[in-house]
Design a protein around this ligand. Sequence first.
Ligand SMILES: *Cc1c(COP(=O)(O)O)cnc(C)c1O
Length: 367
Amino acid sequence: MSIETLDVDRSDLEYRAWLNEAVRKVQADANRSADTHLLRFPLPEEWGIDLYLKDESTHPTGSLKHRLARSLFLYGLCNGWIRPGKPVIEASSGSTAVSEAYFAKLIGVPFIAVMAKTTSQAKIDLIEFHGGTCHLVADPAEVYEVSARLAEETGGHYMDQFTYAERATDWRGNNNIAESIFAQLRLEPHPEPTWIVATAGTGGTSATIARYVHYMQYDTLICVADPENSCFFEGWVSHDPSATCDRGSRIEGIGRPRMEPSFVPGAIDRMMKVPDGASIAAIRVLEHQLGKKAGASTGTGLWSALRIVAEMRASGRRGSVVTLICDPGDRYLDKYYSDDWLAGQGIDIAPYQDELEAFLNGTGLLG
Ligand SMILES: *Cc1c(COP(=O)(O)O)cnc(C)c1O
């Protein structure tokens, strides 16, 4: 648009036609998609406690990041930040990049993922499958700076999930993850869960769930489970927005070296630190119970949710608890499901697995 007159020049008209078409394609993708299942995790009937898992591994790109990528693309498009022919660049531990590569291909722009070189090969293959390019860096703390620099050099857009996840997501509804969970619980014995347990990478999922619960005036409490080598727990406990951690998390998708802007600590009721061995033991138990493999972040949430179930049981409280299946386990067969990898990392899951099994068959405590 010219400043002096209301004339719109041809390139602006072409851009607006491109923009309308890109938004339509993203919306049409959502319109073709079904909701994800809310699965029941079996617990002894007489406990009067129901545990559910929102299975986010069934999205077209296999993780809860499908929702985030859709929201980030719509936000970036509607803000005029994503432009025809210019690359979208993202700092990612992998899952977001897989989903963003899918949406970039859908609207026809190039995509570059900036990731730590420890990212699983299966995720790198998936990004390339969706037409994206991977730029691997040695130090996971470098991903932000390298992404910003690549955007500058190419005239592209650095999506920056760690800043924008919480604000790009519609927290009041629009079938966000929280609204969907509450709708799916409607006919259950305890439709308003006592607790919802999430994990945090960007912090966007926990922020969306907590805000929605508060907005709807539910009494549900929100717990965030944090793995080893992450600063979220310490930053939350000590109210320190400058908390850092110098080693990268071994649980892909969660645990961060800095307090990400998208993590909203004030909205959360509780945090729990979960040993990596416990997270991985929990996904083995999940497989015994549901016949499904999941990524280790699912185990972090499940371990924490089961500890809350144990507390409710000890105090004679009935009710429901919800956590998430964040992504599928087949991405990590050479990691969390490999005894060699566990041995190499010095992780012994056996004591945690024994503890979980004893708890679930009623012969032991947890935590
Ligand atoms: C991103 C991610 C999470 C955490 O979700 P956020 O909304 O980013 O906090 C958990 N698990 C996996 C596998 C992820 O990719």
